[in-house]
Design a protein around this ligand. Structure first.
Ligand code: GDP
Ligand code: MG
Length: 312
């Protein structure tokens, strides 16, 4: 097969010089740890800013964004390479349509990802949403059921529209932490993460402002109301997740066509029942039968039995 030529990641040059330096430093760190390729999967509901975030990270308008229309139903992978490092980023269609999980979109995503490795999941939602509901939980469950709940060990929650004034005079950081906590709670319950699921309690939440009107600091970097230069901060957190020691997700046929990966143990239930039948129930039945046979019978029972069998 001909080697695929990956385009140069020239979008980095569109960032402020301070951001560029930080990004190249981070790529260097990844390469030092023998991570020469990162594949980032971007998922979430429709209209939350997934495609805009992909464009922001790549530094180019590589995927279409749309305020109203529902997106196409197919995922798109953008690949860029820089200084011997390759970034693959996969933009996906929204997972919710008309109040339900969009199964066509989900199946398209699964088959698109077949035989690919997912290093990092960006789960995108908006910062300026004040409620979490059952749909959020369903999206999280759908992701966990499709790729295994382990994928949440490789995940970051990304909150877009981060340049806002919180309602009711709440301080920005307090609003951010309340929104993050509410979403993380849904992620933990939707994905069925328990306390012992190591990263379960520590999925990083990162803020993003994709708008061209994002404020800038004196070094010309795009900053949030809390002063954080968010592009390099996001890439830094991606690096932390990529190097957190948990395994990347390899999407094989077993994972996407087999039973729900989180319930795979349940496939053994019939086998366990069979073993119980032959090794526990059967011997007990046999023991009971032997006991009955050994039991000495009273005289009247013998007499009744012989009367009953007599032919008249
Ligand atoms: P997707 O459906 O999740 O891919 O969302 P899009 O990236 O297409 O964005 C939907 C709309 O939200 C578009 O009009 C974007 O311009 C807008 N948008 C996305 N991210 C942000 C953000 O961080 N801030 C603001 N102000 N608008 C955003
Ligand atoms: Mg989109």
């Amino acid at each position: 097969m001909a080697a695929q030529i990956v385009k140069e990641w020239s979008g980095i040059n569109s960032f402020a010089p301070a951001t560029q330096t930080k990004l190249l430093e981070l790529l260097g760190k990844l390469k030092q740890e023998n991570v020469n390729t990162l594949t980032i999967l971007v998922m979430g509901k429709g209209g939350v800013g997934k495609s805009s975030t992909v464009n922001s990270i790549v530094g180019e308008r590589v995927v279409t964004i749309s305020p109203f229309q529902s997106e196409g139903l197919r995922p798109v992978m953008i690949s860029r390479s820089r200084a011997g490092f390759t970034l693959n980023i996969i933009d996906t269609p929204g997972l919710i349509e008309g109040g339900y999980i969009n199964d066509i979109a989900l199946n398209n995503i699964k088959s698109f990802l077949l035989n690919k490795i997912i290093d990092v999941l960006l789960y995108v939602d908006r910062l300026d949403a004040y409620r979490v509901d059952n749909l959020d939980k369903e999206v999280v469950s759908a992701i966990a059921n499709s790729f295994g709940k382990r994928i949440w060990n490789r995940a970051l929650v990304v909150l877009t529209h981060a340049q806002l004034s919180p309602p009711d005079g709440l301080p920005y950081d307090e609003f951010f932490s309340k929104r993050s906590e509410a979403l993380l709670k849904v992620v933990r319950s939707g994905a069925g993460l328990k306390k012992h699921d190591v990263q379960g309690s520590s999925i990083p939440v990162v803020l993003v402002e994709n708008s061209g009107r994002c404020n800038k600091n004196e070094s010309d970097e795009k900053v949030l109301p809390n002063g954080i230069a968010w592009i390099s901060y996001l890439v830094e957190k991606i690096t932390v997740v990529a190097l957190n020691g948990s395994k990347s997700i390899f999407v094989d046929t077993k994972l996407i066509e087999g039973p729900n990966p989180n319930e795979r143990g349940k496939a053994f239930i019939p086998l366990i029942l069979l073993i119980q039948f032959f090794f526990a129930i059967k011997p007990i039945e046999r023991a009971i039968r032997t006991d009955i046979a050994r039991e000495s019978r009273p005289a009247w029972e013998m007499r009744d039995a012989s009367l009953a069998s007599r032919k008249f």
